[in-house]
Design a protein around this ligand. Structure first.
Ligand code: IPM
Ligand code: MG
Length: 378
């Protein structure tokens, strides 16, 4: 097992957020402490407010002070934000703005969303098991530009007295090229295929996206590049998902397609994500890690939340920010063991099967880490 030779402490800003966020984050901190005790990591953890928790305390979904801390940290571990309490607020002050502001200020342009199928949970998917057995897709979503952020945008009353609204979808070639490079780099460590997804048949941004993806692809002759229209991609994800390895796409298509891909796996509560300012692996570039699922206010405080999406998000931090692929592999292996052994939180339990709590699920992961790592001195 790989020990960490670099004993530098990593600064981790933890933003639990709302709903189940605090529960899943506190359990993930236990896993981080395991890696400190058993693998020689050192994490300097600072906690901050985001989302509704921040709105309640400060009136804003995230404060400049927290954004500054995030920029200065080696990694941000984010829980989840939002809930009915804040649903009536104007959009600019809603909890979701917290994460959007972090993405933009930290320049986290590459949002990595793996959709991995756990064999033991095949039956939890709405699609036929044989379509998704062994599924392992990586969606790379551009996350700092496009229609989410481009100007002008407005919701106003026009000169004719009619209400009208518009958004702008804009991309520069640099914005497209850098996220494509991330996708090609990732594909090199996987099965070597990138599918670039756009609407080049309809949109100017789509045409530029395709041109730039092709140009970047020429610099990666070892990676096979294909192109697909976004509507077809949605259909292919449901019909034949295993044709995909890495998908790279813009902000809005990535938002939609990554939800579809996650749902395919039947294991939403297990899926992590990483938002990166490029692939660096040394902790020198900004990064944020969060589970794919939301704040689930309906089960907050009941001990039913699945901590694995957040624990595996920390695993992605080990891989992409803490330069510790061996430790990341170990953690993924531990989670696989736990799932294979039948330990289930309610979200992944078959009807009638006894489920464990958030804490017990984490206990099982820690026990699996101990078993897989008998030399660990704890
Ligand atoms: C996501 C979410 C966010 C998005 C929301 C909460 C702003 O749906 O991370 O996919 O649209 O990007
Ligand atoms: Mg989304």
């Amino acid at each position: 097992m790989v020990a960490v030779s670099d004993s530098r402490a990593f600064r981790v800003l933890v933003l639990p957020g709302d709903g189940i966020g605090p529960e899943i984050i506190s359990q993930t901190l236990r896993v981080m402490r395991w890696f400190e005790a058993a693998r020689g990591f050192r994490f300097e953890v600072v906690e901050g407010l985001a989302g509704g928790a921040s709105i309640d305390a400060t009136g804003e979904p995230i404060t400049q002070a927290v954004v500054d801390q995030a920029v200065a940290s080696d990694a941000v571990l984010f829980g989840a934000v939002g809930g009915p309490k804040w649903d009536a607020l104007p959009r600019a002050r809603r909890p979701e703005m917290g994460i959007l502001r972090l993405r933009q200020t930290m320049d986290l342009y590459a949002n990595l969303r793996p959709a991995v199928c756990f064999d033991e949970l095949l039956d939890a998917s709405a699609v036929k098991p044989e379509l998704i057995a062994g599924l392992d897709i990586m969606i790379v979503r551009e996350a700092t530009a496009g229609v989410y952020f481009s100007l002008p945008r407005a919701n106003e009353t026009g000169p004719d007295g009619q209400r009208r609204a518009y958004d702008t979808q804009a991309y520069t070639e640099a914005e497209i090229a850098r996220v494509c490079r991330t996708a090609f780099e990732l594909a090199r460590g996987r099965s070597g295929r990138v599918c670039s997804v756009d609407k080049a048949n309809v949109m100017e941004t789509g045409a530029l996206w395709r041109t730039v993806a092709t140009e970047v692809g020429a610099q990666y002759p070892d990676v096979a590049l294909s192109h697909m229209y976004a509507d077809n991609c949605a259909m292919q994800l449901v019909r034949r998902p295993k044709q995909f390895d890495v998908i790279v796409t813009d902000n809005l298509f990535g938002d939609i397609l990554s939800d579809a891909a996650a749902a395919l796996t039947g294991s939403l509560g297990l899926l992590p994500s990483a938002s990166l300012a490029g692939l660096d692996h040394t902790g020198r570039s900004r990064a944020l890690y969060e589970p794919i699922h939301g704040s689930a206010p309906d089960i907050a405080g009941t001990g039913k939340a699945n901590p694995i999406g957040t624990i595996l998000s920390f695993g992605m931090a080990l891989r992409h920010s803490f330069n510790a692929p061996g430790a990341a592999d170990l953690l993924e292996q531990a989670v696989r063991r736990v799932v294979a052994s039948g330990v289930r939180t309610p979200d992944i339990a078959a009807p009638g099967v006894a489920a464990v709590s958030t804490i017990q699920m984490t206990d099982a992961v820690l026990a699996a880490l101990d078993t897989l790592s008998p030399d660990a001195k704890r």
